[in-house]
Design a protein around this ligand. Structure first.
Ligand SMILES: Cc1ncc(COP(=O)(O)O)c(C=O)c1O
Length: 358
């Protein structure tokens, strides 16, 4: 039986979108492809409220995180960490031989803009990496406020992992001063994994030109060179691009405001349910993610047993991530899921808990 996915990626992919993935292939150096490429880029620019370049990458999101480190860090990176995915930025920097400092806050807490300002005032950093939506703790960091601080330090490149927020939450790249904003497609985009998109500012491209050893596959300047011809440097995952083109049209038809509002409504319903049932929310109040809810398992239910029972009924949620594996569980409400889908899931969880099966 297919299990409807309420995990933070991959997410459910709707049948009409799955169908687009099987569009007959075209050559990636043809006029037809270039038209598709330009169309998708323009829609992504609209989604991100940006005039910056938007590149298409046949990789997962982590690949683009590595690309950011290799293209944008020549001095020292400040890695803002509030969970496992923030740790990933730091590990990528270290494993690429870059200098990096970690600014950590306790799990469940958000990164505050003032702390970023204090760190940058030291003048020690040429790049900052932030996880917009920390998928492990369910914290959504105040991106606009942190972006405003970054704009006080125009020589610093601001790189944002929006893997679990893009498409579900409003991100105003230009107004908020985000230099690189990246996401993969298996979450908010409601597409399969294996593809990523990222916006890159002019400032970032100028900086990259001064950074040695940017590598080959992920050189931003090569992306830019090909993008100017409406192409990608290597053979892209065409099925993803067909489906992305279709998906973005559907979103604009739904209306982006309505899409963001739908995510907020699902998040509110999920939080309300958790509190009503005697659980707590793991993230600090005011910084809860709109695309997933990390529930503090204060009732000590057996999450493994719950998921087994859910599986028999055609649903799946997620255990906690990393250090929070046993303390929390996570319900994702993003992509093309609706409030109706979420309420159906929560009803089934109630039934299982009511029967004492978890
Ligand atoms: C916040 C965040 N960053 C990065 C990643 C890694 O993305 P990918 O699996 O596409 O490499 C994930 C995946 O769950 C994530 O949630």
């Amino acid at each position: 039986m297919h299990k409807k996915l309420f995990i933070p990626g991959p997410v459910e992919v709707l049948p009409d979108v799955l169908e687009k993935l099987s569009t007959p292939l075209i050559g990636h150096r043809t006029k037809e492809y270039s038209e598709l490429h330009a169309r998708v880029r323009a829609k992504l620019q609209e989604l991100l409220y940006t005039k910056n370049k938007v590149f298409l990458s046949t990789s997962s999101g982590t690949g683009v995180m590595e690309a950011c480190v290799r293209n944008c860090v020549s001095g020292k990176l400040l890695s803002l960490i509030c969970g496992e995915f923030g740790e990933r930025w730091y590990e990528i920097a270290k494993s690429n031989g870059k200098e990096a400092d970690a600014l950590r806050v306790d799990l469940g807490k958000a990164i505050r803009a003032e702390r970023v300002r204090d760190a940058l005032a030291s003048g020690r950093y040429d790049a900052v990496a932030l996880t917009h939506n920390e998928t492990s703790t369910g914290v959504m960091n105040p991106l606009a406020e942190i972006g405003a601080v970054l704009q006080e330090f125009p020589d610093v490149v601001f790189m944002v992992d929006a893997v679990s927020s893009m498409g579900g939450a409003r991100i105003e790249v230009d107004r908020w001063g985000v230099d690189v904003c990246l996401s993969s497609t298996q979450k908010g985009f409601g597409l399969p994994p294996g593809f990523a998109v990222f916006s890159v500012s002019e400032k970032t491209l100028n900086k990259a030109a001064t950074v040695p050893n940017r590598g080959c596959y992920f050189d931003f300047l090569t992306f830019n060179e090909y993008d100017e011809k409406n192409q990608t440097p290597t053979t892209p995952s065409l099925p993803h691009i067909f489906a992305l083109d279709y998906q973005l049209d559907k979103w604009f038809k739904e209306g982006m405001e309505r899409r963001f509002e739908r995510h907020i409504q699902m998040a509110q319903a999920c939080r309300h349910w958790a509190k009503e049932r005697g659980f707590a929310l793991f993230p600090e109040a005011g910084y809860e993610s709109v695309t997933l809810t990390t529930v503090d398992n204060t009732r000590g239910i057996n999450v493994g047993a719950l998921n087994t029972e859910l599986g028999k009924r055609g649903f799946m949620i997620s255990a906690g991530y990393g250090k929070l594996k046993d303390q929390t569980f996570r319900i994702a409400h993003t992509g093309d899921l609706t409030l109706y889908d979420l309420k159906e899931l929560l009803g089934v969880i109630d039934e299982i808990l009511g029967q004492g099966k978890a």
